[in-house]
Design a protein around this ligand. Structure first.
Ligand code: AMP
Ligand code: MG
Length: 310
């Protein structure tokens, strides 16, 4: 416990000096900086090799912080009450007098925001008088990080400090919903769309592959381990890593399991670490069995299909 407090204080010091640090969240690890400081935010883009046109998600600990920066509406409050903190990101209208750096939004008048649930991160946010801009802690288009060691693997010594919060519990990125006009899903993620529809009592438009991109998580190549992935495979090739949803009795050194029992939540949690493990074993290609396209299965299939555009 004492260690956690001193780590959180260390993280705070780095942030106060306009540094970028890695933070744990329940979705995936993030690369965080003071969202009000252009100097700090610019460093995130350089580290990630991220195009400046790709805006960042800003993380808040409470509503009063958010009210300073965004215009809030009834739909937001309905979803906030039910799902926050948690794996849902809202795109909202930015207030004219907001202090958010223009580098966060790429000069646009909308802002993507989230209330993370991860305890250590919440404790850190509570100590700060600014929100944290934080995209996923990976080099652009590559696999996201779900453990402190993954972040180290991605960035080595280029990153000043990694706040270790254990393995991310959700394991895939947040679901993004735009509320600037009528609600629209921009990215599938850790919260099932059906749960959002239940609260809003209506079907929501899903716009995850638009001709004009608004969220680069929508881009065709993303989340990639850097080797080809084949989906819906019933018979893997010789020496190919084969990912299966559920543990089988037959043994093969090339079989990798996402779950013990077919649970899609567990599969999402283990997805990136499984892909990373296979990548590090220097396989030349990955085959994955069919994953049913329901609930979180849809988010998993979305990530795999973008990762397979290698
Ligand atoms: P990541 O950087 O991996 O955390 O992903 C953040 C996602 O949020 C990216 O796909 C961004 O494009 C998206 N995003 C951030 N700000 C906005 C915004 N104002 N409007 C739409 N999407 C956004
Ligand atoms: Mg990302």
């Amino acid at each position: 416990m004492k260690n956690i407090h001193s780590n959180i204080n260390k993280a705070k010091k780095y942030l106060e000096n306009n540094n970028v640090i890695a933070i744990p969240t329940e979705t995936v690890y993030g690369l965080a900086a003071n969202a009000y400081s252009s100097n700090a935010v610019k460093k995130i883009f350089n580290l990630k090799k991220r195009p400046k046109s790709n805006p960042l998600i800003v993380h808040y600990s409470n509503l009063s912080g958010l009210r300073k920066d965004c215009l809030l509406n009834n739909t937001f409050f309905k979803l906030y009450k039910k799902f926050c903190p948690g794996p849902i990101t809202f795109v909202l209208k930015l207030k004219k007098n907001s202090k958010i750096s223009k580098y966060v939004t790429n000069n646009s008048q909308t802002l993507a925001i989230r209330f993370p649930k991860q305890k250590i991160l919440k404790n850190l946010l509570n100590l700060l008088n600014y929100p944290l801009a934080a995209p996923s802690a990976n080099i652009s288009t590559r696999l996201s990080a779900v453990r402190a060691s993954d972040v180290k693997e991605e960035f080595g010594k280029k990153i000043n400090y990694i706040l270790d919060g254990g393995k991310s519990k959700v394991g895939i990125e947040s679901t993004i919903i735009s509320l600037t006009k009528s609600p629209k899903i921009l990215r599938l993620g850790g919260l099932e769309v059906s749960k959002i529809e239940k609260v809003l009592k209506k079907k929501i438009k899903i716009d995850i592959n638009p001709s004009k991109k608004v969220a680069p998580g929508q881009s065709k190549l993303h989340y990639s381990p850097g080797i080809p992935i084949r989906m819906k495979v019933t018979k893997p090739k010789k020496n190919e890593a084969y990912i299966l949803l559920k543990k089988r009795r037959i043994y093969s050194p090339h079989y990798y399991y996402l779950t013990q029992n077919n649970n899609l939540k567990e599969a999402a949690k283990n997805l990136y670490s499984c892909l990373r493990k296979i990548k590090n074993k220097k396989y030349k290609s990955i085959a994955i069995e069919k994953i049913s396209n329901i609930g979180l299965g849809k988010s998993i299939n979305d990530r795999l299909s973008r990762a397979s555009k290698y």
